[in-house]
Design a protein. Sequence first.
Length: 439
Amino acid sequence: MGYVKDKFKAVADEQAKEIKNIIAEHGEMVLDKVTIAQAYQGMRGIPGLITETSLLDSNEGIRFRGYSIPELREKLPHAEGGSEPLPEGLFYLMLTGEVPTQENVEHISATWARRSHVPNHVFATIEALPVSTHPMTQFSIAVLALQTESKFAKAYEEGISKKEYWDYVYEDTMTLIARLPRIAAYIYRRKYKNGEHIQPDGMLDWSANFAHMLGFDNHSFAELMRLYLTIHSDHEGGNVSAHATHLVGSALSDPYLSFAAGMTGLAGPLHGLANQEVIRWIEELQENLGTLEPSKEQIAQYIKDTLAAGKVVPGYGHAVLRKTDPRFTAQMEFAKTHCPENPTVKTVWNVYEVAPAILESTGKIKNPWPNVDAHSGALLKHYGLVEEDFYTVLFGVSRALGVLASLCWDRALGFPIERPKSMTTEWVQKFIAKSQATA
């Protein structure tokens, strides 16, 4: 390493030790409204954002405008001959707070179909990248290339009233959501199917058209996409992709720039890549045990061995939830209807049967229950979408619904630029010393 790099490492190591001691000895001390530990450890659990579209309850799971996932599967309109909710309906619900009618949903579907044409320069931008480029990198860059279409950016440059911001943000939101499936499918076909692209079908709903462009003209897979794109759409405002979109949007960056920021956050291993890690762990389990359908006893021992090796069981545990993620349950119910005999799906269920008790027995895991990622990869593999690096792009297409609906609300309510106060470790040390002297 160069001497500057060496110097930085030495200083950083020393400060890391100081911070660790500060948290251990004074972590519960309150800095005005939050504790020292919260300030250092990712602001976890600090109420500091207003997000109208959804709320995560530690016991009940995610609620969209007050409705649970089972309620949404029942109340939201379905496609003809289908049983899963249409994401268009959830978007309407998040945007208006009202359960949509079939007519409302058909209107949104038709609007997105009319706006789905992607300018040629966006495809040219994607083609300029090496085919080996990660799908999420291609996806984020494509969204940025679309920014030339922003009505908000053009209107702001020309000069508009603050009262009009929401109008142009809404228009950008509708156009961006309409075009995301086309972009995502183009990236998929380019990277994994030798660039043999499939043209959109404007007669299909948003999810079914996405499935069609990916190359899966299968009613059951279209149903999976409807469910997947619904349940991954929003998870209140504090997660990385939602918060990044809100934060960048608070600077009045247009929806394209804001959403691209959210997607670069979603691409992080601690956020959107978890479903890849889960399915790889399941497949490694099957390979190491020498069977596609290991017994519960074999799985239990494999989990114990995984923990003994200092590793985690991916897909289990959540920062907020303290029970089985309802999104996991929804996928499990879907699988029981559509693919109950799939060996990998059955293995996912058997892991669910034995993992929580083992994880809880360690005394170190607050939430030993599965989250949404514990099941989705097995379903995608069942239908032949086996390219794991693409899974986060599917997540991103879905997440657009929630974060962009929220962005419309941010501008409609006139929320200001986000600017929390930060401190230095030196300031924290002086604060501790002053508090102790006063005490």
